[in-house]
Design a protein around this ligand. Structure first.
Ligand SMILES: Cc1ncc(COP(=O)(O)O)c(C=O)c1O
Length: 413
């Protein structure tokens, strides 16, 4: 190694420069504002503050207490919740804290299956299985692209899982919290809503309001449709549950809680408070425009009686275009970044595991960079030329770089 600093910087610059030339449509990512970026680097990054404000195991934490109290209050207010736990480091860990607060090893949790939208942490292949919880998948309606309310109610009444997990990774339509929460509460179970994907939309009053609709707690990550740095969140109105959550976060799941996230998260919450309504409206209308333009261009876009989507996500069948893996790789060659995704209609086999039937697209990041309906139509055309017409990726890439060049500044801040 000749000059580690230059070598490391070169990798970082490569990433920064390349991504400035890409249209990022990964539905689980976003860009942070200059104010959030600036607040992410501070002395807090070097500190420990185990425990809760006023009850720490370390000295030197008076300003940690200040920022933690400030951030928790702001996050709770945004979700009309009594309590917010901001020490948790990721959405997956937030789910683990929730499971540990409600379930014992051997208890059953129920969620959608992965092809029907669940995050792996909801299932036996992820955190739920890792914590020795049994997992049951819920019936799904391909027509409504949602959990089948009637069949799921029957299953829940019969099997009585300790915890119903709603919310998803593939998530164009709100889940039936209002309809299923009473069924679960009737037999003494609890309802967790995983709002990782749609947190920014919920904060702005869009998509759905899970706590109001009957969820006992909501977990999330803070960096998808929300404006925060990468991190986790748990909110609830339930005093007892919140105490259990706090006690599971520390000492069980988190020791140092990456305190430098907190000022940045608080700033992101302030931005959402001020600009979130307009942002969420624009994200959703962009997703609807992109979905329609893609369907008009010949793509097989998921559509139900409610339309194409009510979130930031557009879901597209690409089985006849080479499958999700091939389409996503082709798009990357032309600087459009999106991901392959299982779809409810996929029949799980080794071939489908590698090359599932769909792609998932999110409009939240390009909206934050200022793109609107006109650009959504342009993106649909570029995707058509690349994926359907099979124009050379290099040719399309030049136009994608030119389009992205006009959208470099993070907005809604
Ligand atoms: C619904 C859902 N929950 C949890 C997670 C995990 O979040 P994290 O990456 O913050 O652990 C994801 C990740 O994309 C997700 O989609």
């Amino acid at each position: 190694m000749t000059d580690p600093y230059s070598e490391i910087s070169e990798i970082v610059n490569n990433q920064n420069n390349w991504r400035k030339q890409c249209i990022n449509l990964i539905a689980s990512e976003n860009a942070t504002s200059p104010a959030v970026d600036k607040l992410l680097v501070s002395d807090f990054a070097h500190r420990y503050a185990e425990g809760l404000p006023g009850h720490r195991y370390y000295q030197g934490t008076k300003y940690v207490d200040d920022i933690e109290i400030y951030t928790s209050k702001l996050m709770a207010k945004l979700f009309n919740a009594k309590f917010a736990e901001v020490r948790i480091l990721s959405g997956t860990q937030a789910n683990m804290a929730a499971y540990a607060s409600i379930c014992k090893p051997g208890d059953t949790v129920a969620s959608a299956s992965i092809p029907c939208g669940a995050h792996v942490s909801h299932t036996r292949w992820g955190a739920a299985g890792f914590m020795n919880l049994k997992w049951r998948s819920l019936p799904f309606s391909v027509d409504s692209f949602n959990i089948d309310i009637e069949k799921a109610s029957e299953q829940l009444k019969e099997e009585k899982p300790k915890l119903l997990i709603l919310g998803a990774s593939l998530f164009p339509f709100p889940h039936p919290v209002k309809e299923l929460a009473p069924v679960v509460h009737d037999y003494g179970g609890k309802v967790l809503y995983d709002g990782a994907h749609v947190l920014g939309l919920i904060a702005a009053g869009f998509f759905q309001q899970p706590l109001k609709e009957g969820a006992d707690l909501m977990t999330a990550s803070t960096h998808k449709t929300f404006f925060g740095p990468q991190g986790g969140l748990i909110v609830t109105n339930d005093d007892d549950l919140f105490k259990k959550v706090q006690n599971n976060v520390f000492p069980s799941l988190v020791c140092n809680h990456h305190i430098h996230r907190l000022p940045a998260l608080a700033m992101a919450a302030a931005e959402i408070e001020k600009f979130g309504k307009q942002y969420a409206q624009d994200v959703i209308s962009n997703a609807q425009s992109l979905a329609k333009a893609m369907a008009d261009a010949g793509f097989d876009v998921v559509k139900t009686s409610r339309g194409f989507t009510e979130s930031h996500q557009v879901v597209v069948h690409v089985e006849k275009l080479g499958g999700g893996k091939n389409v996503a790789e082709l798009c990357e060659e032309a600087n459009i970044i999106l991901n392959k995704n299982f779809l409810p209609t996929d029949k799980i086999s080794p071939a489908v595991m590698d090359n599932p039937g769909g792609i998932r697209i999110g409009t939240q990041e390009m909206t934050r960079y200022g793109m609107g309906k006109k650009e959504m139509k342009q993106i649909a055309q570029l995707l058509k030329r690349l994926v359907i017409d099979k124009e050379p990726a290099d040719k399309v890439k030049t136009e994608i770089i030119a389009l992205r060049a006009n959208f470099q500044k993070v907005g809604y801040c």
